[in-house]
Design a protein around this ligand. Structure first.
Ligand code: SAH
Length: 347
């Protein structure tokens, strides 16, 4: 076996992401009694074990023998704290690649923004992540690890997880669904407090619906008509706005859950009152919530964030059509940790 295949096979066997039953089976295969499965489960998901050596309730000799067995944890390569207390993390994965996660505290909650890929293949014009290209999909345990890392660093339970970091979750659906299930069942985060955000890939929203998860699906629309959407999002050419909205309607039917929509506001591009009006037509029939995200600047393009009165005006048009709307001023702007600013190169 080459070094590369050893590495790969060991990442396939990491313990993070396994259920209580799977951990119990695994530990029995290692010649340990079954009840140690529960202990392992607690140390892995609740007590922050980073190595089997950490698990002090296990026999010393066995721990030493197994010290190098991969649990699936990353290491913190860099951390920065914004004035609003948002913390941005660059995490080093087992193969040396770096991803970003963000911890966003509010008075009662701790939200983690997780990455689902290293880089992103979608290349949306206004987003920093796509500018660096796409490297690989994350494994479920690499997503779960981000949540545990932030939880341990804040010493506070994570209440919400949003898949709004680097990457397109629908391009890595199987691993994202495994991570969602484990975050819910093993880490203990309510399904309704988990949000998966997507710009849309044909057939994937339909596929996600089949799992009937109680999560929130957020769809990045960003445009009120096909031509504008194609201008901002290259993948929109092959996946029309109509097709995307059809899949969203089916999703609501199958899951009984609402879909929320995100709309990045770019001054003079998609923020005109006509765009708002057009958007209300697109969203007819949806019981929905629109999150307006005033553009966060990135260096490669020169879009502008609209002035506040334009943002207000846009929101008013939606409200008048009985569409619930929030304006999301992204947290963490000063740490380059806001929506669309995530890239792995910042050190
Ligand atoms: N790929 C997924 C999730 C990643 S980004 C998606 O597209 O939904 C999370 C949200 O941040 C998306 O709605 C994305 O379009 C938005 N975003 C990207 N770049 C941004 C920027 N520069 N300013 C504000 N929001 C941005």
């Amino acid at each position: 076996m080459t070094l590369q295949t050893i590495k790969q096979s060991s990442t396939n066997q990491v313990l993070l992401g396994k259920s209580l039953e799977e951990l119990t089976t695994w530990i029995q295969e290692q010649g340990q009694p079954g009840y140690r499965g529960k202990q392992l489960y607690q140390w892995l998901y609740q007590k922050g074990a980073r190595s089997l050596l950490d698990i002090s309730v296990f026999p010393k000799q066995w721990r030493s023998k197994m010290a190098d067995y991969p649990l699936g944890r990353s290491t913190i390569h860099y951390r920065s704290v914004a004035p609003d207390q948002t913390r941005k993390y660059l995490l080093r994965l087992a193969d040396g690649l770096i991803i970003e996660a963000v911890g966003i505290p509010t008075s009662k909650r701790l939200t983690v923004c997780v990455s689902s890929q290293v880089g992103c293949p979608m290349d949306c014009d206004f987003c920093a992540t796509g500018k660096g290209g796409f490297t690989r999909n994350l494994k479920a345990h690499e997503i779960i690890d981000q949540v545990l890392t932030v939880q341990e660093d804040f010493e506070q339970r994570v209440s919400n997880v949003v898949f709004m970091g680097m990457g397109e979750p629908m391009a890595n659906l199987d691993e994202v669904v495994s991570a969602v299930k484990s975050l819910n069942q093993d880490v203990g985060i309510g399904a309704r407090s988990l949000t998966v955000s997507t710009v849309g890939i044909p057939g994937k929203i339909q596929q996600l619906a089949q799992y009937r998860l109680q999560i929130v699906l957020a769809v990045s629309l960003h445009a009120s008509n096909q031509a504008l959407r194609e201008q901002l999002i290259p993948s929109a050419k092959k996946y029309t706005l109509d097709h995307l909205l059809d899949e969203c309607r089916d999703y609501v039917q199958v899951t009984g859950r609402r879909v929320t929509f995100e709309y990045v506001l770019l001054a003079g591009v998609n923020d005109l009152p006509e765009n708002a009006k057009e958007l209300t037509h697109c969203l007819k029939g949806f019981q929905t919530h629109v999150n307006l995200i005033p553009y966060n600047p990135i260096s490669e393009v020169d879009y502008q964030r609209p002035r506040n009165h334009r943002i207000r005006e846009f929101a008013n048009v939606l409200e008048q059509a009985n569409i619930a709307v929030s304006v999301r001023y992204s947290r963490g702007l000063e740490a380059d940790a806001a929506c669309g600013q995530l890239r792995a190169s910042k050190v």
